[in-house]
Design a protein around this ligand. Structure first.
Ligand SMILES: [Zn+2]
Length: 242
C-alpha cells in the first residue's frame, strides 16, 4: 500500500518529530560565491541577487576567472588588467561584495588536472553555502571553463553547498537556459545597473541594454517588474535564494 503524506506526518508526530521550517536566508549569515569568466559577468548575470544577499548581511564574494588582461600567455599584470581590476573593485563596493581572482588569462582559459585542483582548493578555503556559476551552454570558452571548474569543485567537495547556474548576455553567450527559480530584483536593479556601469571599459550601454531585456522578461515570467533567473542543479540542496 502506498504511504501518503498524512501517514508520514502521523508517523513523525508519533516519534515526536516535527517538520523543520525551510531555512530562511535571514536566519544566519551565509557565504555566497558568484563565479564569472571575466570582471563584470557576475554583476550582469546576478547583480540584483548579489545586492539582496549583501543587504541581508550575508558575505558575498565575486570570483573572477581572470583579470581581463591582454598580455597572455605571460600572465603578467598589464594596463588592461589594471583598468579591469579597478572596475571590478568599484563594482564590488557598489554591491557590498568582495572581489576574488582565480588567476587565469582572458580568452585563454585552461581546464586541466592542475586547474581543477587549484580551483577546488580555492572553493574549499572559502567554504561557501551557495555558489553560482555560468550556465555551461555558452558562446565564450572562458565562461564554459569556469562553469566546468565550479561544477567539478562542487562534485569533488561532496555537493556540500547549493549550486546554481545563471545566464548572461543571452543569445551571444548563454543559450538554451531553462530557469527553475527567480529572484525579484525590482528594488535592487538600480544598484545592479551602477555596478555594471562601473565596468566602463566594457561597453555597458550595449551589454546592459541586452541584460535589462532579459531581466524584464524574467520578471514577466515570474510576476515581478524585473527578476533574475537561475537553474538549480537537480542534485543540489535547496537555496536559500535571497
Ligand atoms: Zn565574460
Amino acid at each position: 500500500m502506498p504511504i501518503n503524506r498524512r501517514d508520514l506526518l502521523a508517523g513523525a508526530a508519533a516519534l515526536g518529530l516535527q517538520a523543520l521550517p525551510a531555512e530562511s536566508p535571514a536566519s544566519r549569515k551565509l557565504k555566497v560565491i558568484v563565479t564569472g569568466g571575466h570582471p563584470g559577468d557576475p554583476e550582469y548575470g546576478c547583480g540584483g541577487t548579489i545586492a539582496r544577499y549583501a543587504d541581508q548581511g550575508h558575505d558575498v564574494a565575486l570570483l573572477y576567472l581572470n583579470r581581463g588582461e591582454k598580455s597572455c600567455p605571460e600572465r603578467a599584470a598589464d594596463a588592461a588588467a589594471n583598468v579591469r581590476v579597478a572596475e571590478a573593485k568599484r563594482a564590488c563596493e557598489i554591491l557590498k561584495a568582495r572581489p576574488l581572482f582565480a588567476g587565469q588569462c582572458d580568452g585563454h582559459a585552461v581546464v586541466d588536472e592542475a586547474r581543477y585542483r587549484e580551483f577546488r582548493e580555492l572553493i574549499e578555503a572559502e567554504r561557501p553555502d551557495v555558489l553560482f556559476t555560468h550556465w555551461p551552454i555558452d558562446g565564450h570558452r572562458d565562461h564554459r571553463a569556469i562553469s566546468t571548474l565550479a561544477y567539478d569543485a562542487w562534485l569533488a567537495t561532496g555537493k556540500k553547498f547549493a549550486f546554481y547556474y545563471y545566464e548572461v548576455s543571452d543569445g551571444e553567450d548563454t543559450l538554451m537556459f531553462p530557469p527553475t527559480g527567480f529572484v525579484d530584483i525590482t528594488a535592487t536593479e538600480a544598484r545592479k545597473r551602477l555596478a555594471c556601469y562601473a565596468h566602463a571599459s566594457q561597453s555597458p550601454d550595449r551589454f546592459y541594454a541586452l541584460q535589462s531585456q532579459v531581466t524584464r522578461f524574467r520578471g514577466v515570467e515570474s510576476g515581478h517588474v524585473q527578476a533574475e533567473a537561475f537553474v538549480r542543479h537537480v542534485l543540489s540542496r535547496e537555496g536559500p535564494l535571497p
